[in-house]
Design a protein around this ligand. Structure first.
Ligand SMILES: NC(=O)c1ccc[n+]([C@@H]2O[C@H](COP(=O)([O-])OP(=O)(O)OC[C@H]3O[C@@H](n4cnc5c(N)ncnc54)[C@H](O)[C@@H]3O)[C@@H](O)[C@H]2O)c1
Length: 362
């Protein structure tokens, strides 16, 4: 990405509202924003995992920590109104495909209605408060929002939305709802609104269920073999700081030129870094040797086997591009987990800040 230090200049002193701040990506994003000098309010229900990056980073000491549900319109609106944000990142979601089969209603309510409530809060505040300072809104969806054709070519931003499982469909629905609000209510307003679609994110501090790197870290830290369910599935893996740099850049571009950037953006890895689950575990074993894996085929729930994003639009129009290769992303991730399991939380907080600085300085 061109000159990441311009992000620091933009976010320094900005009031930034982040939903999903107690989660994996939200915690990395908040730490990065605080490092750049932003004033952050986070809004989420409770911390989704134990341990958690949120606690490792001691985020409540660094930002305003509000516990609320995105399905609770009144509480959400009060928080946004009281904080008067200039930038809003919406990450709160039920993000696990397998959980979406168990709890489809909760998944749709949180991911679709929660996003609509964000849009509606902004629409009402914009109408009732002429000086409402919001400039940009970045709505986080997923690479899974596309109608999946099991195609080898990467999905482009104008491909149809869809989704087989409830999680993927909820992100496709969210895309359509945000686009409708943007076209119906914000097209002529000074507020820029975009959706961002990223792939399988890896990085230290994720302990989410049914995710490959957390499963590897938990198993390897006690010298056990990790069990793979779908070793041949192809995924667009990337370090968490890659999509986050894209979210931050989209937020800046929206504030500077809302009409040109209010659309959907793919923020995945380059084609050279798209790999199977088995490739990734083998690379992890190179960095954390003497460990092993086994395979337990599980066909009971449908999961897409090939998923790739075409990122040419982001490269051309945003001047964004991935910074770390897959090998570097895996090294950073395994390094983070080894630090946590061998040295503890304090050292992992230092490691997080160091990785953010390293990323900024590439
Ligand atoms: N991690 C990935 O690989 C990945 C890939 C593509 C997209 N995403 C998207 O990125 C976002 C963040 O994902 P993550 O991996 O950090 O997930 P996570 O589970 O670690 O965090 C989810 C966050 O949302 C909050 N949340 C859940 N339900 C809520 C509700 N009803 N009201 C308020 N807050 C609620 C949780 O408390 C938590 O803060 C999600 O929108 C997810 O769909 C993640």
């Amino acid at each position: 990405m061109q000159d990441k230090h311009k992000l620091s200049t933009f976010y320094h002193g900005k009031r930034v509202f982040v939903t999903g701040h107690t989660g994996f990506k939200g915690s990395w994003l908040c730490q990065w924003l605080v490092t750049m000098g932003a004033d952050v309010m986070g809004y989420s229900i409770d911390i989704p995992t134990k341990p958690s990056l949120f606690e490792v980073l001691q985020l409540p000491t660094q930002l305003q920590d509000i516990r609320g549900d995105v399905r609770d319109f009144d509480t959400l609106q009060k928080a946004i109104q009281s904080f008067q944000p200039q930038v809003l990142f919406h990450l709160a979601a039920q993000p696990i495909v397998r959980d979406s089969y168990k709890n489809p209603i909760e998944t749709f309510e949180t991911n679709v209605m929660g996003s609509i409530y964000i849009m509606e809060c902004i629409r009402q505040l914009m109408k009732t408060q002429p000086a409402f300072p919001l400039e940009s809104v970045v709505m986080v969806t997923s690479d899974k929002c596309y109608e999946n054709q099991n195609q080898v070519m990467g999905y482009r931003e104008n491909d149809p939305m869809g989704g087989h499982d409830p999680y993927s469909a909820s992100k496709g629905c969210m895309e359509m709802a945000v686009s409708s609000y943007q076209k119906s209510f914000f097209q002529k307003s000074p507020i820029g609104i975009a959706t961002v679609r990223a792939g399988n994110v890896i990085g230290g501090g994720d302990w989410g269920k049914d995710r490959l790197l957390p499963d590897i870290a938990k198993a390897f830290s006690v010298s056990q073999a990790v069990t793979l369910r779908n070793p041949l599935s192809v995924r667009p893996w990337q370090h968490v700081l890659e999509p986050l740099s894209g979210y931050l850049l989209v937020g800046k571009c929206l504030a500077e030129d809302p009409a040109s950037f209010s659309e959907g953006w793919n923020l995945g890895p380059l084609e050279t870094d798209i790999a199977t689950v088995e490739d990734v575990v083998k690379k992890c074993i190179q960095v954390w040797p003497t460990n092993t894996y086994d395979v337990q085929q599980d066909d009971s729930l449908h999961e897409t086997s090939i998923l790739q994003l075409d990122v040419h639009k982001a490269i051309a129009k945003l001047h964004w591009k991935p910074t770390w290769t897959l090998n570097e992303a895996i090294e950073k991730t395994i390094q983070w987990y080894k630090t946590f399991y061998e040295k503890g939380s304090k050292a992992s907080k230092v490691e997080t800040n160091q990785q953010i600085l390293d990323y900024m300085n590439v």
